[in-house]
Design a binder for this molecule. Structure first.
Ligand code: DOR
Ligand code: ZN
Ligand code: ZN
Length: 434
């Protein structure tokens, strides 16, 4: 079934925009041709489906290597179906989901359930992570071999840090022997005790306990040493502090196999932006100081931080209504990520469009060895079309996710995804409404 996307503005090897025709067949990009290409013009006659992308940007489907889909166990917050729909609406075609569900993804049955539900939803590609320790309790390693066999792509106790260094070292040795990555939520519990915002201006002003930067960085430092000792591919989750960036930069410079991710909210917001005791501004790691934000931006610019992930973490309105202190950590991320970063960094001239797109496509694909993330002949037709000129205020009522927990409500953003294809199949299409 031949499909064509014509007049597509794509980013070429040089990172410049070029107008091309994309021919899709059997779920793959068969050809990327010049707009005058004779063979393609002929093919257009017989194509089953032709999309005119005039005036739109066409990029590889976005990849998000850190998301929470909540199923099994917390279906009131999100299901794999609603999460996948939200991802598609945000322009994502591949997402990797965290194991802090109920039950925890700590055995092969849960991995299989996630994969089955994703297949049933038939929207975006869902890659499951499995837990490092049973129930994410930090006491006993899971069965790595069985989890890998079932389809897990890496091991992580995201949501909590692995407190015991020997446990982490054992996990890394085992993962290394199986050529699997260890992905770490870095947080030393002994340094946190009850904080729910960063230790800094906001916490001082409100007279509340804060989460210090060291609680993250101390795990990053420890784990880098353990990664060096074991040779594992170690990936640091949601880097939020200057100290972590510094440690990762050093580790990379001496050849330790470490990679890292950063979230949009840690690039755009600091604790000084928090308007008050509103739980839509509560996430873990918390919003840090402007100095940390700057360090994260610099880390991304110089390649210390490899990729952008959302840490999409939906919660119900009732849960978030409990207020800053009692509400769970987390904000939704799929549907605001691209427009937010495009508006804040590309429209303002701070980053090139190519830079932003690569950090959300080719780089996660490179780090996690995925066969997608690039528009090239022979690659899966995972494609996102974006209207860079469409300006719209963020309205959670329009979200496909069940979560409404975002600090970006009302923000006027440009660069909204308008259509998403996964293996050539359209999974989100907003073009008709324009
Ligand atoms: O903000 C967060 N939300 N941080 C985490 O570590 C966990 C996540 C969640 O599961 O809600
Ligand atoms: Zn986390
Ligand atoms: Zn997370």
């Amino acid at each position: 079934m031949l499909q064509i996307i014509k007049n597509a503005n794509i980013l070429n090897q040089q990172g410049e925009l070029e107008r091309k025709t994309i021919v899709i067949d059997e779920g793959k990009i068969q050809k990327i041709a010049g707009v005058e290409d004779e063979a393609v013009l002929t093919a257009e006659q017989s194509a089953h489906n032709v999309t005119d992308a005039s005036g739109k940007l066409v990029i590889p489907g976005l990849i998000d290597m850190h998301v929470h889909l909540r199923e099994p166990g917390f279906e009131h917050k999100e299901t794999i179906e609603t999460g996948a729909r939200s991802a598609a609406q945000g322009g994502f075609t591949t997402i990797a989901c965290m194991p802090n569900t109920r039950p925890v993804t700590d055995n092969a049955d849960v991995v299989k359930l996630v994969l089955d539900k994703a297949k049933e939803a038939d929207l975006v590609k869902v890659l499951p992570y499995a837990a490092i320790t049973k129930n994410e309790l930090g006491r006993e390693l899971t069965d790595f071999a069985a989890l890998k066999e079932a389809g897990a792509i890496g091991f992580t106790d995201d949501g909590v840090g692995v407190q015991n260094a020997q446990m982490m070292k054992d996990a890394m040795s085992l993962a290394a022997s199986m050529d699997m990555p260890v992905i770490a939520h870095c947080e030393d519990d002994s340094l946190v005790v009850g904080g729910y915002v960063t230790e800094g201006e906001f916490s001082k002003r409100h007279g509340i306990k804060g989460i210090p930067n060291e609680s993250e960085a101390i795990h990053v430092g420890r784990d880098i040493l353990l990664a060096e000792a074991t040779g594992v591919h170690y990936h640091v989750c949601h880097v939020s502090t200057e100290q972590s960036v510094r440690l990762i930069r050093l580790a990379k410079s001496i050849g330790i196999k470490v990679t890292a991710e950063v979230c949009p909210h840690h690039l755009v917001l600091s604790d000084e932006d928090i308007p008050g005791m509103d739980a839509n501004w509560k996430m873990n790691p918390p919003l840090r100081s402007p100095r940390d934000v700057q360090a994260c931006i610099e880390g991304l610019l110089d390649g210390t931080l490899d990729m952008i992930v959302t840490d999409h973490a939906p919660h119900s309105e009732e849960e978030k209504a409990k207020g800053m202190e009692l509400a769970p950590f987390g904000i939704v991320g799929f549907e605001t990520a691209f427009p937010l970063l495009y508006t804040k960094f590309v429209e303002t001239g701070l980053w090139s469009l190519d830079f932003l797109v690569k950090r959300m496509t080719a780089d996660p694909a490179r780090v996690f060895r995925l066969d997608t993330g690039k528009l090239e002949e022979g690659a899966p037709a995972d494609i996102t079309m974006i209207d860079l000129n469409q300006e719209q205020a963020v309205d959670p009522a329009n979200f496909a996710t069940k979560g409404r927990n975002t600090p970006f409500t009302g923000w006027k953003l440009k660069g909204w995804p308008v259509q998403t294809w996964v293996d050539g199949k359209s999974v989100w299409n907003n073009t008709v409404q324009q």
